[in-house]
Ligand binder design. Structure first.
Ligand code: FES
Length: 174
């Protein structure tokens, strides 16, 4: 396999590589750049753990070869916000959506791409746009959290105050 020279912007930073043309975006992010938010779950394009934003669309980093990404803008969970202040992150934290957290970066990226295109998604829209697999079972909280993120993004709901997150399950037990 021949080496290629690739220029992209990753999380706003111009980045240049000489790499194998068939090297995956996920390998570049995790192994070359130390951006380990995107996870490898299945490696076959089925789970969504590796999802990132490429030019405003959701892409599975395990299925993208870096050689095909010349001139693109890539945003990972590390670039979505510096302080977890994106509406999706705020809503997910407030609703205790994450459990083990392994799949969450991909879910957050899928939700952020959805909200950019659809500011008032229905349950069906969310299920269609976020097919990510989660073995912890975040699904009961996911729909409400994404719709709350949409309200925050539209300015129809206040962002949760720091320290006013929803109680953890252990705290809410009698
Ligand atoms: Fe890419 Fe599962 S690791 S879709």
């Amino acid at each position: 396999m021949s080496s290629v020279h690739v220029s992209t912007k990753i999380n706003g930073d111009p980045t240049e590589y000489v790499c194998e043309a068939d090297e995956t975006l996920l390998d570049v992010l995790r192994n070359r750049l130390g951006l380990t938010g995107a996870k490898e779950g299945c490696g076959t394009g089925d789970c969504g753990a590796c999802a990132v934003d490429v030019d405003g669309g959701l892409r599975l980093a395990c299925q993208e070869t870096i050689g095909a990404l010349e001139g693109t803008f890539v945003t990972t969970i590390e670039g979505l916000s510096k302080d977890r202040s994106h509406p999706v992150q705020q809503a997910f934290i407030a609703a205790n959506v994450p459990q083990c957290g392994y799949c969450i970066p991909g879910v957050v990226m899928a939700a952020s791409v959805l909200l950019r295109a659809n500011r008032n998604p229905s349950e069906a829209d969310i299920k269609d746009a976020i097919p990510n697999l989660c073995r912890c079972g975040i699904y009961p909280r996911l729909i409400d959290a994404v719709q709350n993120a949409a309200r925050i993004a539209r300015g129809d709901a206040p962002a949760p105050e720091p320290g006013q997150d929803a109680p953890t399950p252990a705290q809410s037990e009698p």
